[in-house]
Ligand binder design. Sequence first.
Ligand code: ADP
Ligand code: CDP
Length: 222
Amino acid sequence: MTDLIVAVDGPAGSGKSSVSREAARRLGFGYLDTGAAYRALAWHCLDEGVDVEDARAVAERVADFDYAIGTDPDFYFVRVGGEEITSDIREPRVTAVVSAVARVPEVRQGLTELFRRIATDSDRAGMIIEGRDITTVVAPDARARVLLTASPEARMARRSAELGSEPTESTAQQLASRDAQDLKVVDFMNAAAGVTTLDSTELDFEQTVQALIDIVRAAPSA
Ligand SMILES: Nc1ncnc2c1ncn2[C@@H]1O[C@H](COP(=O)(O)OP(=O)(O)O)[C@@H](O)[C@H]1O
Ligand SMILES: Nc1ccn([C@@H]2O[C@H](COP(=O)(O)OP(=O)(O)O)[C@@H](O)[C@H]2O)c(=O)n1
């Protein structure tokens, strides 16, 4: 069982996935991208023709959700029913509906249990878990808890660069509207008590990874 959990939350484009993954690689830890599970469930609902606005129908998909994710930072994959959907879950049609799926209480409860199981089953020395409610709901007792933030302008520029485009009004609107939807469910803009805020607006990628590693190394031992 993993003994050292690092919880990382933050808004879209703040660098949670990339920074957590690289920090985990350097620390020899596992890395768990929780947003991938919400995205995979959204993909599954679309695949099965489930109306994502129908909370009951979405909730029914959680019980038999056959999900697998790679927690090795060097071997990342996402599978549903054995099918590899690692890149499919990043498609705009999935991004557009993921918040609707993520607001269903049964979904949050089922996936939270799944994340805790994955962390418990890991034989790595530590695991970095990143998402929106890790510091507050999934692992409030984590050894290190971090809120990774960046200005809206920085987040948008990074996300646009990642998509290989100039920042556009619609990218900005989509990012802002997804954050607004998600904020109705969980607060990931303000650090909860005991959570360290890491603002990466003025930091480059390398500096942000190093800052996260420093926080982990400074965390009290169990
Ligand atoms: N401090 C940083 N400076 C510059 N670019 C960054 C920084 N942190 C992350 N990035 C880049 O920003 C993009 C979005 O990061 P990502 O990890 O996908 O964010 P999130 O998981 O929070 O949505 C990625 O291309 C990543 O490499
Ligand atoms: N712990 C989490 C992680 C993600 N999510 C949901 O999953 C979606 C996708 O998460 P993500 O981390 O892949 O999003 P990005 O910030 O990487 O674009 C979010 O917009 C939330 O709706 C959540 O509700 N709780």
